[in-house]
Design a binder for this molecule. Structure first.
Ligand SMILES: [Zn+2]
Length: 433
């Protein structure tokens, strides 16, 4: 269906938008660097309004109808750290499909080990550096300029494209995409296809992610003087038994399961369990206090694959913890749920997968790889709250550099992904349906 006009010798519409993106190379880089220079660190959620407004001004310049949506009613939306999202609506001329491009503009704290200023927006040797360079301020720039290139090429889409910049993805997206979905601003009524430019790189389309189950195990003991520990019961020792059972009895079982979902890296095709925190007894900074710890809490992160029903995942944990408790009279253990996110998967034959795959072939001259993410991202809210089944992640930046020191994105990858998004959107929004 694409490139029909090229037979007549005139440049095809795809060729026109490819050229417009290439001509905008310096603007795309500059906009990405400007986004990186706003330190939208989460937690706590700094400078969100400033960043939303920078994106909003750019969307208004691209002729989108811009709205700012604050997460009213959410506890994390405070005067000190307002949760401000921005949405630009594109005007559609015909009855074509509506596409939503969404990127989160919060970034994780920079951490240690940088050789450049994490918020300097440094460009050197063909790469943009800074916190968010990969995850995912370059993705937001790619989305904005993909649509801008179509506008500059003077192409009227039969459908329309909306773009949003949202907050808090790194902490679950509840004041961001989830809030927009609950408010009906993003819904299956106004969105046929969604693309999230998370950093999977120019040749990979991400069709979904594994599930997450966060839970605490709480051990309760009995305190006593630290010089006579045998008169008490150490909750930390009991937690040690839980950790040992998870490591020796559960982890090998998880390693033996493998998903059909094409999770990358390959080693993440198995379910996994991580202990995120253990807390018990005297705190690190506290004054020395010779007591047996009467309470210990550990927080776990269990990632599950679509082949594992969640009730079985939960029951497997509960049964093992109960068995460990039963192995020593007086051992008291409970499991408390924190959060569950179910796996999501876009149908592999979805038009959004096909359009981006075709665009990768056109722009990159390569066959695309369909992948899935080991961790979750905002696709879950598009799928579960808004009911938008046709949602994928596609965007610039090496996934491996997300959240790392010296995070960066190659300028060539940023431009290529912008071109792929532009050509993909063109196909989705202009094909005669
Ligand atoms: Zn991200």
């Amino acid at each position: 269906m694409r490139n029909r006009s090229s037979r007549a010798g005139a440049p095809s519409r795809a060729d026109q938008v490819l050229k417009e993106v290439e001509d905008a190379r310096d603007e795309i880089v500059a906009f990405t660097a400007d986004l990186i220079r706003i330190p939208t660190v989460n937690p706590p959620g700094d400078a969100y309004r400033e960043c939303a407004e920078l994106i909003g001004r750019r969307l208004a310049d691209a002729d989108l109808d811009v709205q700012y949506i604050e997460a009213d009613g959410r506890a994390e939306h405070t005067a000190a750290h307002p949760r401000v999202n921005v949405v630009g609506r594109g005007g559609g001329r015909g009855a074509g499909k509506r596409i939503h491009l969404n990127g989160h503009f919060d970034v994780v704290p920079p951490g240690e080990g940088w050789s450049v200023d994490p918020f300097g927006g440094v460009v050197k040797d063909g790469r943009i550096y800074g916190r968010g360079a990969s995850d995912m301020k370059s993705g937001i720039a790619a989305a904005v300029f993909a649509v801008e290139a179509i506008r500059r090429a003077g192409i009227d889409l039969g459908g329309a494209v909306d773009i949003s910049g949202t907050v808090d993805e790194e902490s679950g997206g509840f004041a961001g995409v989830a809030h927009l979905c609950r408010a009906g601003i993003i819904s299956a009524h106004n969105t046929d296809y969604a693309i999230i430019p998370e950093p999977f790189g120019p040749d990979r389309v991400c069709v979904g992610h594994r599930g997450v189950y966060w839970f605490d195990v709480v051990a309760r003991g009995r305190t006593a003087h630290g010089s006579m520990p045998h008169l008490g019961r150490s909750a930390i020792d009991d937690m040690g038994a839980v950790l040992e059972a998870f490591r020796t009895r559960l982890s090998p079982r998880l390693a033996a399961r493998r998903s059909a979902l094409p999770v990358v890296p390959e080693s993440a095709r198995h379910p996994s369990l991580n202990v995120n925190a253990v807390e018990g007894g005297q705190t690190g900074e506290a004054v020395q206090s010779p007591c047996v710890a009467d309470r210990c809490t550990a927080t776990f992160d269990r990632r599950f694959i679509p082949e594992e029903p969640f009730n079985e995942v939960r029951e497997e944990i509960a049964a093992l913890v109960a068995r460990v408790a039963g192995e020593d009279p007086g051992r008291h253990l409970t499991v408390e749920d924190r959060m569950v996110v179910h796996p999501v998967q876009t149908p592999p034959d979805s038009p959004v997968v096909t359009a981006l795959s075709n665009a990768i072939r056109t722009v990159r001259g390569r066959n695309p790889a369909l992948v899935a993410s080991p961790g979750t991202y905002d696709q879950k809210h598009f799928a579960r709250i808004a009911g938008i089944e046709h949602c994928v992640a596609y965007g610039p930046g090496p996934l491996e550099e997300a959240h790392q020191p010296d995070e960066s994105c190659a300028v060539d990858d940023l431009v290529a992904c912008t071109q792929v998004l532009a050509v993909g959107v063109l196909e989705l929004a202009t094909v005669a349906w």
